[in-house]
Design a protein around this ligand. Structure first.
Ligand SMILES: *Cc1c(COP(=O)(O)O)cnc(C)c1O
Length: 430
């Protein structure tokens, strides 16, 4: 568990009188402090930039707070691009790292002057075609003036896990050989500015992993300079910085990561004449993950082959445990110091047996009505939810720096759920 819940038991009980469970709550102050730590660690680089991965917590209030702390946005779809714009994140502070992208989304990103990061070499022609009607200026061969490609180092990069898979089995990015040709072609077409991107980790806690990734990327920067005469101006090392979901895990030491990368920068980038090279990350999880909690209530208990606690939430609100078997710390409000002398499966209401927030977890005795706090849910939490079984997703609250609470997304209603159905038409349907 990486961060303490910011409300006392009495404060939380009071809050649930106004906002019934389940809900998400985010801690603005802790989020800002963490972002300052993150930026400070990387301030040893010229013009470091963090593009927050919007998918982790796509709420414009959160994006606005992060933008105030100097973050850009990393987007993978048109709605994410639009949300970033609504939060005031614009131009090259938006990185568009998408997959299997429709032409209309490239057109929008281009018209907003966002950085387009191509996942494949065939997307050069696709992008040209998409922009053909839009791009008056043909000086860069119908392409944006700035282009970035996603690199997949394949078996060169060991590792991978259940979330991201092994690089050589992952659908993302281009091979080294493809990139050498692609950058040469883009340069010949008149593209002026180049970036290079990779993302080969997810929820990785080993700091050396990120230093190794930087080395692979820097090597490719040198090769691209030598073979294509292309000067890479920014490298995006992706997301993937893990958080300590389990009590015995440790936070990634970002100062260690930054100084490890800085050493390589001085050894490789500076002598090659590639300085200044902007270092970027597009982390989501370590930026908001530890500063968001899902609060739910125990509404049932049953005693069969195991002891079960049934909650008023389910995996429609938080998919990670059901989908990846992920661990999330769970505390019982007001019983933080009570002995963990019971073992429970704490479950949600879906007709899926994987809908368990905690499995065989030692916890204090839970009574009906107890408030359960599920930790580290501020990234890939609410955003991954869905409406299976007709479940309505929880709303989101923001704990402001002055201690007040603002609802930044209301709970879904049945009307929201039925909004896409033809309810009038069905009455006359035979
Ligand atoms: C998911 C994703 C991220 C963010 O990952 P985190 O683990 O939340 O840091 C960044 N970039 C890309 C391309 C992604 O797919």
């Amino acid at each position: 568990m990486s961060n303490d819940f910011p409300l006392s038991h009495e404060e939380l009980v009071k809050l649930t009188e106004k906002f019934p469970t389940p809900f998400y709550i985010y801690d603005e102050k802790a989020m800002r402090e963490n972002m300052r730590y993150f930026k400070k660690a990387f301030s040893i680089f010229p013009d470091f930039r963090e593009y927050y991965a919007v998918k982790a917590c796509p709420n414009p209030y959160i994006l606005k707070i992060l933008a105030e702390e100097g973050c850009g946005a990393d987007c993978s779809s048109l709605p994410e691009l639009m949300l970033s714009k609504m939060a005031g994140i614009k131009g090259d502070y938006v990185m568009f790292t998408s997959n299997e992208t429709p032409a209309s989304e490239y057109q929008y990103a281009f018209s907003e002057k966002n950085i387009i990061n191509l996942d494949d070499v065939t997307h050069i022609e696709f992008l040209k075609k998409a922009l053909a009607d839009q791009n008056g200026d043909k000086s860069s061969g119908g392409l944006p003036k700035t282009i970035c490609f996603r690199y997949n180092p394949g078996p060169l990069k060991k590792g991978g896990n259940a979330i991201i898979g092994k690089p050589e089995e992952a659908k993302y990015g281009c091979t080294r050989e493809q990139l050498i040709k692609a950058y040469a072609d883009c340069k010949a077409a008149g593209v002026e500015h180049f970036g290079l991107h990779t993302m080969v980790a997810s929820n990785e806690l080993n700091p050396d992993f990120f230093v190794d990734t930087a080395k692979i990327i820097f090597e490719l920067c040198l090769e691209l300079k030598e073979k294509c005469g292309v000067k890479i101006e920014f490298v995006d090392l992706g997301g993937g910085v893990g958080i300590p979901y389990k009590p015995d895990q440790k936070k990634v030491d970002l100062e260690y990561v930054a100084s490890g990368i800085r050493k390589l920068y001085d050894e490789m980038i500076v002598p090659a004449g590639l300085d200044p090279l902007r270092i970027c990350f597009e982390c989501g999880r370590p930026i908001t993950g530890p500063y968001g909690w899902l609060v739910t209530k125990a509404i049932h208990e049953k005693h069969i082959y195991r002891e079960y606690i049934g909650t008023d939430s389910c995996m429609a609100d938080l998919m990670r445990p059901g989908m990846y078997g992920s661990y999330h710390e769970l505390t019982v409000s007001g019983k933080e110091n009570a002995p963990k002398d019971h073992v429970y499966d704490v479950v949600g209401s879906l007709c899926e047996n994987c809908d368990k927030f905690a499995v065989q977890r030692p916890l204090p005795k839970i009574d009906i009505g107890d408030l359960l706090i599920i930790h580290d849910a501020g990234a890939h939490g609410r955003s991954m939810g869905y409406n299976y079984n007709g479940k309505l997703r929880a709303g989101e609250l923001l704990l402001r720096q002055d201690g007040s609470v603002k609802e930044i997304r209301r709970r879904e209603t049945i009307d929201d759920l039925f909004a896409t159905l033809d309810l009038d038409g069905v009455k006359n349907f035979k």
